[in-house]
Design a protein around this ligand. Structure first.
Ligand SMILES: Nc1ncnc2c1ncn2[C@@H]1O[C@H](COP(=O)(O)OP(=O)(O)OP(=O)(O)O)[C@@H](O)[C@H]1O
Ligand SMILES: [Mg+2]
Length: 257
């Protein structure tokens, strides 16, 4: 399953938040999306998932333009884990949230297969014990793991994860990234992950797209994109990068003024 983004421009208001963005998300690939706050990562993921419609440009899933697909068709192929979830006055059990991921597959009533998929996903994220808890009472990190489980239950071939590790402790950060890598490798999935931790991106992503002010500033292998020069220009931070290890390791030094 491949996604091609061609020359996409999007504006919420008068100033565009995405300007002429092009990229490819290939099968069996984890694509890291990095860039400062407000650089357009979430907006781009929302355009790919058809939550937002670009003013210009095309987004193609395999050979079909996303614009011409309905929401259910998009949901069959694309799983989306948003950056943060909102609170809700009505309690909703974790199990129900994960079962929602099965909606594109359920024709009438949920079947044994749907329930089995939900338990499988809960197990993969190590949250079976949360199944009956109210989702909105969980901690940020627990909620993130539930939403990842939902996208797994969905059996989507493309995973869009918006800062999936931002609320997680160090062990769960590694577990979520490991799991994403394994799923992508095993099931021929494609994953795009917006992420702020440059070292996690370096370690787990096959390709990296670095955004700045709504544009792709650099794209390619970690060793090319995560250079001190690119990081200085895009983030205004001086870093040293150790290229002697197998994957580049970034050490922040100081902000530039
Ligand atoms: N709903 C909205 N209405 C108006 N402007 C918005 C809206 N959402 C985002 N923007 C603007 O669009 C730009 C890109 O925002 P976006 O959320 O895509 O950035 P981001 O790279 O995901 O940032 P972060 O790292 O903080 O999550 C920002 O300038 C932001 O202020
Ligand atoms: Mg964001």
């Amino acid at each position: 399953m491949k996604i091609t983004v061609q020359d996409v421009t999007f504006s919420y208001r008068s100033t565009p938040s995405l300007i002429g963005v092009s990229l490819e998300l290939r099968e069996s690939e984890v694509l890291g999306m990095i860039g400062p706050n407000g650089s357009g990562k979430t907006t781009l993921l929302k355009c790919i998932n058809k939550i937002l419609e670009p003013k210009q440009g095309r987004i193609i899933l395999e050979k079909q333009e996303i614009k011409k697909m309905n929401r259910m068709e998009v949901a069959k192929h694309i799983g989306y884990v948003p950056q943060s979830s909102v609170s809700n006055p009505t309690p909703l059990p974790v199990y129900e949230i994960v079962l929602m991921g099965r909606r594109p597959h359920i024709t009438w009533q949920s079947s044994d297969k749907d329930n089995a998929k939900v338990w499988e996903a809960l197990k993969m994220l190590d949250i079976e014990n949360l199944a009956l808890r109210d989702f909105y009472e969980l901690s940020g990190g627990e909620q993130q793991r539930v939403l990842i489980a939902r996208s797994l239950a969905q059996e989507a071939k493309v995973l869009l994860l918006d800062e999936p590790t931002s609320n997680l402790d160090i062990k769960h950060q590694l577990e979520v990234m490991d799991l994403t890598r394994k799923l992508v490798g095993k099931g021929k999935l494609a994953a795009a992950i917006a992420i702020h931790d440059l070292n996690l991106a370096s370690r787990y992503c096959d390709k990296i797209v670095m955004m700045k002010n709504g544009k792709v500033f650099a794209a390619g292998d970690a060793k090319d994109v995560l250079s001190p020069e690119c990081i200085r220009t895009v983030y205004g931070v001086e870093v040293t990068v150790n290229f002697e290890t197998e994957i580049p390791f970034i050490i922040p030094v100081k902000p530039l003024h």
